[in-house]
Ligand binder design. Structure first.
Ligand code: URA
Length: 211
């Protein structure tokens, strides 16, 4: 497993505003969207491309274009939805699948409650969107699910990560060179309720309200 923590002043600036408890939902959604686009720029560094001829107004040349099959973007419901627009802005031709996962707040175990994905992901590059890498349970379950269906590499984009969650993902995919986590920051720890400290609170609630 590879970990990439994106150190950039704009990333840190937007993350600080997201952490602020006084940031309202509309602003939180806009900042999360902008932050994902910055993270996605780094996360797609190894997206597959192929040579593509093009005629400029001056001369023919060879550039590149995304190869087929196109990458697939998978937001984890519900909070991952707040990252989708920011991601597909960079990859407009990507397909989008959905995974609904919920964590039991007592056991902190993740279970799948919804799935809208192709059964066969052979040869696909997959970008998983999950804002908070906390205990790691949800992400491990999601990545296992995608690898079992044939995905060749899986990159998780998380706004924030806890050291405990990173260790869980690392031990699950230690040998797997094609599992990557990209995040804006690694925080101090998890609290007794599985929240990231200092974190930003419940990402789903801050995006969409408490429902
Ligand atoms: N999920 C969240 O939304 N926030 C946390 O801090 C941990 C998990």
């Amino acid at each position: 497993m590879r970990l990439s923590v994106i150190e950039h002043p704009l990333v840190a600036h937007k993350l600080t505003a997201l952490r602020d408890a006084t940031t309202d939902s509309p602003t939180f959604r806009r900042l999360a969207d902008e932050l994902v686009t910055l993270l996605a720029y780094e996360a797609t560094r190894e997206v597959r491309v192929e040579p593509h001829p093009v005629n400029t107004p001056v001369a023919p040349t060879t550039g590149v274009r995304l190869t087929s099959p196109k990458p697939i973007v998978v937001p984890i419901l519900r909070a991952g939805l707040g990252m989708l627009d920011g991601m597909v802005r960079l990859l407009p031709t990507a397909e989008v699948g959905f995974l609904g996962m919920i964590r039991d707040e007592t056991t902190l175990q993740a279970t799948t409650y919804a799935n809208r994905l192709p059964d066969d992901l052979s040869g696909r590059q997959v970008y998983v969107l999950d804002p908070m890498l906390a205990t790691g349970g949800t992400l491990v379950a999601a990545v296992e699910y995608l690898l079992e269906r044939g995905a060749v590499d899986v990159t998780a984009i998380c706004l924030l990560a806890a050291p405990e969650g990173i260790e869980v993902v690392r031990s699950a995919f230690d040998e797997h060179a094609h599992v990557t986590v990209v995040t804006a920051a690694v925080d101090e720890r998890l609290d007794e309720n599985g929240y990231i400290v200092p974190g930003l609170g419940d990402a789903g609630d801050r995006l969409y309200g408490v429902v």
